[in-house]
Write a protein that binds this ligand. Structure first.
Ligand code: DC
Length: 219
């Protein structure tokens, strides 16, 4: 099976680009952030605090996360409920960053992610795909952009969804999340040694996708 790993900070354009590359190469796109988000939604619903590692870890046994594809679009199921429309709020984003640092949460999703890559050609995005989930991926990309550009993109995305938001606040949240994701003990966000570094600040989505396809084809 062919595998492409894309890692990078929040808002770098990983999911948009990975979807496009998946279409071009006829791969399945796997958004691992959505799986961590589904778990975070469960903790929020149960009233468990993000800094309560014991509570979060104990709740993990009550959670089943699975994926389905509808017209090629990934749907994430939390205990059988499609929660795709509920996991993109800033509250869930922050809770996800808070709880994805715990070993029990990561252990829960690791096998699921690895198994997906065993049976299908996948392009998988996240924080630790090249370093931990798929260390033997055929191509690894570390995709980033400046914090202000990432905030601008998130802002436009939220606006399009009809969500009113403040761009300065989004940038603060993004920086806080990067800080937490890069400095945690288990599977922190970092560039794998053999990953290609791409800064998308001044590149269009199409340009980045074309570059990844080119890198894959010439590897
Ligand atoms: O990619 P995203 O913004 O949907 O990810 C949400 C959070 O999930 C992110 O702040 C860190 C965590 N995450 C992770 O720890 N490992 C992954 N492979 C994907 C996401």
């Amino acid at each position: 099976m062919n595998t492409i790993a894309i890692d990078g900070p929040a808002g770098a354009g990983k999911s948009t680009i990975a979807k496009l590359v998946a279409e071009k190469l006829n791969f399945i796109y796997v958004d691992t952030g959505a799986m961590y988000r589904a778990m975070a939604l469960y903790f929020i619903r149960q009233g468990i605090a993000g800094d309560d590692e014991e509570g979060v870890s104990a709740a993990c046994k009550d959670i089943a996360v699975s994926l389905e594809y509808e017209n090629g679009q990934q749907q994430v199921l939390l205990n059988g409920e499609n929660v795709n429309g509920l996991i993109r709020t800033e509250q869930v984003s922050m809770m996800t960053s808070d709880t994805s640092k715990y070993v029990a949460v990561r252990a829960k999703l690791l096998d699921l992610q690895r198994n997906l890559a065993k049976t299908k050609d996948v392009i998988m995005d996240g924080r630790d795909i090249g370093t931990c989930v798929l260390p033997d991926a055929d191509l690894k990309i570390y995709l980033t952009a400046s914090a202000s550009e990432r905030a601008r993109r998130r802002y436009l995305e939220q606006k399009e969804r009809g969500v009113e938001c403040d761009i300065a606040r989004i940038e603060q949240d993004i920086i806080a999340r990067d800080e937490q994701d890069m400095n945690r003990e288990i599977s922190p966000l970092r560039q794998a040694e053999d990953a290609v570094y791409l800064d998308s600040s001044d590149m269009s989505i199409e340009e980045v996708a074309a570059e990844i396809v080119r890198l894959f084809e010439q590897r």
